[in-house]
Design a protein around this ligand. Structure first.
Ligand SMILES: Nc1ncnc2c1ncn2[C@@H]1O[C@H](COP(=O)(O)OP(=O)(O)O)[C@@H](O)[C@H]1O
Ligand SMILES: O=P(O)(O)O[C@H]1O[C@H](CO)[C@@H](O[C@H]2O[C@H](CO)[C@@H](O)[C@H](O)[C@H]2O)[C@H](O)[C@H]1O
Length: 510
């Protein structure tokens, strides 16, 4: 039997931390949630560890890369003292063993251990701050939550870690940490507890270090109501597009009704974020959420930012042109030739004087951020655009930026089904289906937009004139398509034709 030293205390032993840090780079490289696999790790440091039980902590680890950048990660760790526990863990979770201390415990990822998950739930439910600064908040729904928690780790593809409690709560344990108030926590809490918005998960609690209002608050986890869902809206609409391509008729009524319902829910999300839903509690939402008028400077700023992004992406595309397969290269060449038309489209906004309120928005809105429930939708993941800092993500913006994200996503679904479904490629039918793809995109995005505008009415976060709405929407559609070119070039080069076609469409070249 090994001497039982609390895991937290082991972090004060230099030999232990040295061995742990030695093992870390190789361990990190094996973890799904470690998203910086392309960078070379120079050094790691345990910044802090917070006690969860005698045998488990939440460790905060700083990783220094050889390019001088640093990133912060959360690692729930446990020690396994008994041979039988070690053997069982090894059998099912070999990839999650970080360190085998010679003659001592195994140090492992704590999430697979039910007793660790139960202890985390107890902390969340109590909603108290621990002596070491680990702070928990319990949402209103936790008042009726059961004391005991059965839990499972669902097999979903995420760069964070999920735990489902009682088949009722969904806990997202953040892996890569950014100091500051995570907009997911901030907006889900506001929308579900104050704004009266029914179509996002219910806020149930959070875990972090420091006060939520501190600029350096470190959000470690978010507990929300679990959404029983059939699929992500992305898979749902891909499947609908597939059925449409298999036939010859027009887009079916159910697809259009669903696109329309999504438009309505998107409008309600924005009305909620602007504090305008009838069920809102009405109290002051605070400076970070209360809408404010868009200034002329802001309009110039967003036009300048989109113009700069366009110039940068055109350069990158030009540089990568020789390496692209012939079909993609000719598409890219056509986009390069449209550069000045695209830049002119952006400049049009600079000169358009329009009045509207800026509000907090979703910020990374696409079909993958919406879950399909039995007969409705639930909007999730309010974290914002991953490449931006937290203060940038928390800025108020025109609501049409989200709307543009979803319009682009309908285009992705239309074209994506042709690209992803091997049947079309094998039959070389994809090209002949392009007009049908464009018709599907037009029909679904029109249904979405009509319902969106219809539900918003004369909401102050939209310009009053239809032509100003169109101008602003086009700017954001164009900006998102440019962003997608960068995203696909770096992550999924075979998807590149989708945003390239999107850019040609905006430039009226197809
Ligand atoms: N409240 C919830 N209820 C049920 N499933 C959820 C919930 N939130 C997220 N999910 C599932 O987790 C997946 C990833 O969620 P997301 O918020 O996008 O996390 P991440 O940003 O870590 O990828 C979703 O596609 C969905 O399947
Ligand atoms: O991972 P995130 O959800 O933060 O978003 C990033 O990855 C998305 C791809 O998973 C990317 O979205 C693009 O592809 C989607 C289909 O896979 C499509 O529905 C979106 O419209 C399209 O932009 C997103 O841009 C990127 O930020």
């Amino acid at each position: 039997m090994q001497a039982s030293v609390p895991l937290k205390d082991r972090f004060a032993q230099p030999r232990f931390t040295y061995a742990l840090l030695e093992a870390l780079p190789e361990f990190l490289a094996r973890q799904r949630w470690f998203t910086s696999k392309g960078k070379v790790i120079a050094q790691c440091r345990v910044v802090q560890s917070y006690r969860v039980t005698e045998d488990a902590v939440l460790a905060i680890v700083q990783v220094h890369f050889s390019n001088e950048s640093t990133e912060l990660f959360q690692m729930p760790l446990a020690q396994l003292l008994h041979t039988e526990d070690q053997r069982r863990y090894l059998k099912e979770n070999e990839n999650s063993v970080l360190l085998r201390v010679p003659g001592g415990p195994f140090i492992v990822d704590a999430v697979p251990l039910p007793q660790f998950r139960a202890a985390l739930y107890a902390l969340l439910r109590a909603g108290e701050t621990q002596a070491d600064g680990l702070a928990c908040e319990a949402g209103k729904v936790m008042r009726t939550a059961p004391a005991q928690a059965d839990s499972v780790v669902p097999a979903i593809n995420t760069s964070n870690t999920a735990i489902v409690y009682h088949d009722r709560f969904f806990f997202k344990l953040f892996r890569k940490l950014d100091p500051g108030l995570n907009p997911d926590l901030e907006l889900v809490r506001y929308l579900s507890e104050r704004a009266g918005f029914q179509h996002c998960p219910t806020y149930a609690g959070s875990l972090g270090v420091g006060k939520v209002t501190d600029p350096n608050y470190l959000n470690l986890g978010l507990l929300t109501g679990k959404i029983d869902n059939r699929a992500e809206a992305w898979d749902f609409f891909l499947e609908r597009a597939g059925r449409y391509y298999a036939g010859t008729g027009p887009v079916d009524a159910e697809t259009l009704e669903r696109a329309s319902l999504l438009g309505q829910r998107t409008a309600e999300m924005h009305l909620g974020l602007a504090g305008l839903l009838p069920a809102a509690l009405g109290a002051d939402a605070g400076a970070m959420i209360t809408p404010e008028a868009m200034s002329v400077e802001y309009r110039h700023e967003i036009t300048a930012a989109a113009t700069k992004l366009l110039a940068r992406q055109i350069e990158e595309l030009r540089a990568k042109l020789p390496g692209l397969p012939p079909a993609q290269a000719s598409l890219a060449q056509r986009v390069l030739e449209m550069e000045s038309d695209l830049a002119q489209k952006l400049a049009a906004l600079d000169n358009a004087d329009m009045a509207l309120d800026l509000i907090r928005i979703h910020g990374d809105y696409h079909l993958g951020q919406v879950l399909v429930t039995e007969d409705d939708f639930c909007i999730i993941d309010f974290e914002g655009e991953p490449l931006l800092t937290i203060p940038e993500r928390r800025r108020k913006r025109p609501a049409l930026k989200d709307v543009a994200g979803m319009v682009r996503s309908f285009h992705y679904a239309a074209r994506g089904e042709l690209l992803l479904n091997a049947a079309y490629a094998a039959e070389a039918r994809a090209e002949s289906l392009v007009p049908r793809a464009e018709a599907w995109f037009q029909a679904t995005s029109t249904a979405f937009l009509e319902a969106y505008y219809g539900t918003c009415g004369s909401a102050p976060f939209l310009p009053a004139a239809a032509e100003d709405r169109q101008l602003l929407l086009e700017l954001f559609i164009l900006e998102k398509a440019i962003y997608e070119v960068a995203y696909e070039l770096n992550s999924r080069p075979s998807w590149l034709p989708i945003p390239l076609n999107g850019l040609l469409m905006v430039a009226n070249a197809i």
